[in-house]
Write a protein that binds this ligand. Structure first.
Ligand code: DC
Length: 233
């Protein structure tokens, strides 16, 4: 699968919070040896820096200044886990706190921040094969992606996944609270003016409510193989 016909092959994965995008993108990228672009992590890194600098989250200019000056890198650690570096600091865990969860929906709604992040994302895939994951991958950032996948799952299942993840990391949150937070994040992602969560008309929809991550990955690998055959590879 690595010997490709084309100069690049981008799989654009979109979907709401908790649909399994990150888990699936991570596994896929590892299996194929392709770059994994976790665009949510990029917005989270900007939100973390803004929180640390105590920048008001409605100050679009100040947030854009942060976005254009931060250095965000993805690096593979020896255990195969992709780490997120913010100005050289490993923030992989720091960007996954409930505080950042809340701030990032607001930060990522600012157009000036989005333009800068979207430019960075397009640069990252130049000439490489990549799994790009986020909310606007197939409609805004990579409308020409070779494969578009829209992952979804029921609200209850998505909140439960996030709740279990937070609990396993020692956070004292209730499922009820996480359900409310997920609903609110859905609302903000879907109703923001700039690049709301949207599905491309040629996307393949996969409902992951009753699927394991491995099953989803196998399904997507079959789709990639099919597209490559169509490319004449
Ligand atoms: O996927 P995630 O939970 O890590 O995303 C964090 C936030 O960033 C979420 O509020 C949606 C937003 N986001 C976005 O607006 N555009 C993207 N391409 C990726 C994430």
């Amino acid at each position: 699968m690595n010997a490709l016909c084309c100069r690049r092959f981008v799989v654009a994965i979109d979907g709401p919070a908790g649909a399994g995008k990150s888990t699936v993108a991570k596994l896929l990228a590892r299996h194929l040896g392709w770059l994994h672009i976790d665009t949510g992590a990029m917005y989270r890194a900007v939100a973390l820096k803004a929180l640390r600098m105590k920048v008001p989250l409605d100050d679009e200019g100040a947030l854009a200044t942060i976005a254009s000056s931060v250095r965000i890198e993805f690096s593979n650690s020896p255990d195969g886990i992709q780490r997120v570096l913010l100005d050289g600091e490993d923030v992989t865990e720091a960007i996954r706190t409930p505080d950042v969860d809340e701030a990032v929906s607001v930060v990522s709604a600012h157009s000036a921040v989005r333009r800068i992040m979207q430019g960075l994302q397009r640069k990252l895939v130049e000439g490489v094969h990549a799994i790009a994951e986020g909310r606007d991958m197939q409609t805004v950032v990579f409308p020409d992606a070779e494969l578009k996948i829209f992952l979804t799952a029921s609200l209850e299942e998505r909140a439960k996944r996030r709740w279990l993840e937070l609990k396993s990391r020692g956070y004292d949150v209730t499922l009820e609270e996480e359900l409310k937070r997920t609903e609110e994040r859905d609302r903000l992602d879907a109703t923001r003016v700039d690049s709301p969560l949207a599905m491309a008309s040629d996307a393949v929809v996969i409902d992951t409510t009753h699927m394991t991550p491995q099953e989803v990955v196998e399904h997507i690998i079959a789709l990639i193989a099919q597209r490559l055959r169509r490319h004449g590879d």
